[in-house]
Design a protein around this ligand. Sequence first.
Ligand code: NDP
Length: 246
Amino acid sequence: MIKDKVAIVTGASSGIGLATALALSRAGAKVAIGARRTDKLADLAGVIEKEGGSVMYRRLDVTQRSECEGFAAAVLEKWGSIDILVNNAGLMPLSFFQSLKIDEWDRMVDVNLKGVLYCTAAVISHMKEKKSGHIINISSVAGRTVFPSGSVYCATKHAVTALSEGLRQEFSTRSNVRVTCIEPGVVDTELNSTITDESLAGFVKKAKEMESLRAEDIADAIVYAAGAPPHANINEILIRPTTQER
Ligand code: NDP
């Protein structure tokens, strides 16, 4: 079901996005990978090509609507189709609200939410027209629960979860576009490096010490959802490390 499909993965320069691009390629998809660190994308493209996969990479800042549109247009020009969009790019500079790190709030809203809106907007007319496609959004356990230093991050992830359900209701039955919301717990990636609030040093240390998920675990869940038969829409996957309580 994935073979020869064209998949876009945002935030593919590290962590979950990188693992997902590799896994989709290994499942037979042509993958278009985007992020701001093009050197990392070039390395990943090299690995995929070496394995015999089809890949294209291009700089993508998901906060820039024109870059999202340009990315989708470049993929359509190269391969004539977009079948899967994995909205993965995100950041998590947790902080207590009272620290008023308003620039970080702006970045989270811009990347975690508006980036998903812009990238989805860039592909949805194409999917609607051909009456097939799959939008896979990376939300989080933080899209279901809330914790004090995560009020803004959780708000963006709750929004992604809500958006996923709204998109499903609008496009799944009418246009045959499937929508999946993936909700990971703690995954061992670079994500915590965006935290600047020093009072969270203990949280970061604890997260480092626990046996967390690997990016490949989330990539496997994405491949499962993307590979389901066309009549089955895997709406949500919540996946926590066995050792994570909430
Ligand atoms: P990483 O920090 O390893 O990866 C984040 C990716 O997002 C990078 O490739 C980065 O690329 C990209 N990114 C950041 N800003 C932008 C931007 N403006 N435009 C395009 N790409 C951008 O973290 P993860 O792999 O963990 O995070 C991936 C997703 O998973 C995020 O949405 C995160 O919220 C979610 N998640 C992660 C969990 C975890 O515990 N790790 C748990 C639950 C959800 P670059 O800097 O090159 O642009």
